[in-house]
Ligand binder design. Structure first.
Ligand code: HAM
Length: 425
């Protein structure tokens, strides 16, 4: 076959059946859990004014290198960007609509980052997430983290670790940043060339370097936890106690800084141990108590997380969990008498709530039976000249061992529904 002229752009993928059905079930599982926790869904635009995302941090890779931005055709043109994440959009929506706090919302949708694609890293990827705006109660942090943990359990992942840290608040962060900068400065010449550049822009981000030559220096760097103000330390302690009360295991990760600049106090990441270390973050989040204000709103604390659906599914593959959803087709109608019976029988089966499919184009019995088998249907309904003459259909059990029998067409739909219910399908 000739090479296709067009392919999906670099870093993007088509997600085809049955994988697409599996992904939808994963999203549905998240929606159910978020509902149980009292969150309502927000659907926001896939692009925003570039200024919204700049608030995520002018010095982050996300803003300086990874934005898919464009100018619209207005006069003057507006500088827009495809969303690289949803926290900033949710805060923008909060400022715009002024809902009653605490505002608890969840989301599910594609994000766009111009990154170097590799396994588990795409230019278009899907996140599900939650945000709580308008409270800094540490129990909100616990509730949010618990939702993430329970979601991983719900999809059958057993090897996901929760890494936890506190990044302090505006009162204590400057002292820490000064200590960190002084320390990194004193070892500047030993740092990798890239980390030396990062140090100029944002010393905190040096702690995120995975380069080997930086590791000893990072290991010996001062830690934020040792600089926490009394208030931040107490907040962090309450988050920890809450997690412990719920039996949620966590690991304190004092060098966890995350890739975005808006974080304050609680920060966390979920790492899937079944994935390669460089791409094992299946989710992350934390507090961003200053972001709403930075977007022009009132002083409003916030906490949330986003989970990477693509990576979660890779982790599920690695742990052999969350298998593909079963086929929604209960019955496949095999019509070797012209096809018009398949049309009306499918209609009546679907009318009683069953899933029904059929072949097109007058194919042979053998070809249609093959399709029936591939469809995942539990039963085949077979129509030939004989069946038409007697006003019946042959009902064949494709999965069990009850063989086949004739059923009058008039009662066919009800009979199949009863059989499926009896078998708990
Ligand atoms: P983030 O850590 O940038 O945080 O992304 C969250 C998750 O999205 C990551 O842990 C990862 O699973 C997934 N992800 C990120 N980039 C990619 C990519 N290029 N390809 C595949 N998956 C990816 C945020 O986005 C914050 N908005 C989270 C948050 C919500 N913080 C507070 N509220």
């Amino acid at each position: 076959m000739a090479e296709p002229k067009f392919r999906a752009p670099k870093g993007t993928r088509d997600i085809l059946p049955p994988e697409s059905a599996r992904r939808r079930s994963l999203s549905d599982a998240f929606a159910v859990l978020a509902g149980q926790w009292g969150f309502g869904e927000v659907v926001s635009p896939m692009f925003e004014d570039m200024g919204v995302f700049k608030r995520v941090g002018e010095s982050t890779d996300l803003v300086t290198k990874e934005m898919f931005d464009l100018f619209d055709k207005g006069d003057p043109p507006q500088h827009l960007a495809l969303r690289p994440e949803l926290t900033a959009s949710i805060c923008r929506a909060y400022v715009e609509h002024r809902p009653v706090p605490p505002w608890k919302v969840w989301y599910d949708g594609p994000q766009f980052r111009y990154e170097q694609p590799q396994a588990g890293r795409y230019r278009q990827f899907t996140q599900v997430g939650v945000e709580v705006l308008g409270t800094d109660d540490p129990q909100a942090d616990v509730d949010v983290i618990a939702l993430g943990s329970r979601f991983f359990e719900a999809v059958g992942l057993t090897k996901v670790s929760l890494l936890l840290n506190s990044l302090g608040d505006p009162a204590c962060r400057p002292d820490y940043l000064k200590a960190l900068s002084d320390y990194l400065d004193s070892r500047r010449s030993e740092l990798s060339a890239q980390s030396q550049v990062t140090l100029e822009r944002n010393p905190l981000r040096v702690l995120d370097s995975k380069r080997r030559e930086d590791q000893t220096i990072i290991d010996e760097a001062p830690l934020m936890v040792d600089f926490l103000s009394e208030e931040s330390a107490a907040h962090f302690q309450q988050v920890r106690s809450g997690l412990e009360a719920l039996g949620i295991e966590y690991e304190i990760s004092p060098r966890l800084v995350r890739g975005l600049d808006y974080y304050t106090r609680t920060t966390f990441e979920f790492a899937a141990d079944a994935l390669e270390a460089s791409q094992n973050a299946v989710g992350g989040g934390g507090r961003y108590d200053g972001l709403v204000e930075a977007l022009g709103g009132p002083d409003t604390p916030g906490i949330g997380f986003a989970l990477g659906v693509d990576r979660i599914l890779l982790a599920c593959n690695a742990e052999q969990s969350f298998e593909a959803a079963p086929s929604p087709v209960d019955v496949f109608v095999v019509d070797v008498a012209g096809g018009s019976s398949a049309l009306t029988i499918c209609e009546s089966l679907r009318g009683v709530g069953l899933g029904a499919d059929r072949a097109y184009g007058g194919r042979s019995m053998k070809a249609q039976m093959k399709l029936a088998d591939r469809s995942g249907a539990t039963y085949a309904v077979i129509i030939g000249d004989d069946e038409i003459a007697s006003g019946e259909a042959t009902l064949r059990d494709l999965r069990g061992d009850t063989g086949q029998r004739r059923v009058p067409l008039a009662v066919l739909a009800g009979e199949i529904r009863r059989l499926l219910q009896d078998n708990g399908v």
